[in-house]
Ligand binder design. Structure first.
Ligand SMILES: [Fe+2]
Ligand SMILES: [Fe+2]
Length: 324
């Protein structure tokens, strides 16, 4: 799609726009492909829930395409394995404390939501339009699929913004590994249901006398609000919007947990949930198919859709310029 002229967001001088956004997106696409594959595998093995089965049937898979798609997904698995090896080694309690501290004491940019969408689009996408979606296209497709199904306005807006946290890559993240990828709690034992669980052996927390125990620094039933999830685009955006929007808890959960596959898909870490999280889990599971399976939908036209979504943004963000 044609680039859209940027208004003038106020961006900190340390902003690193020389980073390879395309490489980040290639990894992110592979991660999504692998999650699609894992869902399909569950269906094939007959261990999917009815809901997962329904989602699978509506998804991009079909009988003829299956063979080639599986081969592509296997290749994607090989590529993401190295990514996860690095992520699983480096996502420690110490790193997460530092990332949160950095977040608290810095404002990286001041921009509106739409400016952030355009910024992310410019930074990541010079990709081949035939094979890959631009950031704005993925965000709009997710939002439009939610809107088409008659879901509430706040959920449409959540679809529109859910990946804006990827801006973190240009705001001094340490690498791709603390921006994208499935997320998991730190401070307690890494659950074997996390993707590539064998790659945690080089993580210093793996042999820590407290962090390596089942509950680690947490108490059963403590609630996910009290749990540190590995730092990345989900957690970052959640922190940005939770005090700067009037979005409901379900929307904040969809943002914070959308990559927490071990929890929302694999059923791990249920012991840390409180009653509120049970409701949030339903919301996150309802959101996931729109994120993962809207990519083959028609290409949305950003300029035509902008007025509709600007109304939505204005409804839930009282101050148009956000601190990022
Ligand atoms: Fe995401
Ligand atoms: Fe997404």
């Amino acid at each position: 799609m044609a680039p859209i002229a940027l208004e003038s967001p106020n961006i900190n001088e340390n902003f690193n726009d020389h980073r390879d956004g395309l490489a980040l997106e290639a990894t992110s696409d592979d991660i999504d492909d692998v999650n699609v594959l894992r869902a399909a595998m569950k269906v094939k093995k007959g261990i999917a829930t009815q809901e997962e089965q329904d989602i699978y049937e509506q998804s991009q898979f079909d009988a003829q395409k299956d063979k080639t798609q599986f081969r592509q997904y296997e290749d994607a698995c090989d590529r993401v394995k190295n990514f996860y090896r690095e992520q699983h080694q480096k996502q420690t309690v110490a790193h997460n404390l530092k990332a949160r501290n950095d977040f608290k004491f810095k404002t990286r940019a001041e921009m509106t939501i739409w400016e952030a969408m355009e910024k992310l689009n410019t930074l990541i996408d010079e990709s081949d339009p035939d094979t890959s979606l631009s950031q704005i296209e993925h965000l709009l497709q997710t939002a439009e699929a939610i809107r088409r199904d008659g879901k509430p306005r706040w959920m449409q807006l959540t679809g529109l913004i859910h990946d804006l946290g990827k801006l973190l890559f240009f705001f001094g993240s340490d690498g791709q590994w603390d921006v994208v990828g499935d997320t998991f709690p730190v401070g307690c034992a890494f659950d074997p249901k996390i993707i590539y669980p064998g790659t945690f052996e080089d993580n210093p927390d793996h042999s820590d006398p407290i962090y390596s125990t089942t509950h680690g620094i947490y108490t059963p039933g403590c609630g996910l609000d009290n749990v540190m999830l590995s730092w990345g685009h989900d957690e970052y955006l959640y922190h940005v919007v939770k005090d700067q929007s009037t979005l409901p808890d379900e929307a904040l959960a969809m943002i914070r947990y959308h990559s927490f596959y071990p929890w929302h898909r694999e059923g791990a870490y249920r012991w840390m949930m409180d009653d509120h999280d049970k409701e949030m889990l339903k919301a996150v599971q309802a959101f996931n198919p729109y994120d993962l399976y809207s990519k083959s939908d028609d290409m949305p036209r950003a300029e035509e859709l902008k007025p509709y979504y600007m109304d939505l943004i204005n409804e839930y963000f009282p101050k148009s310029v956000l601190k990022w």
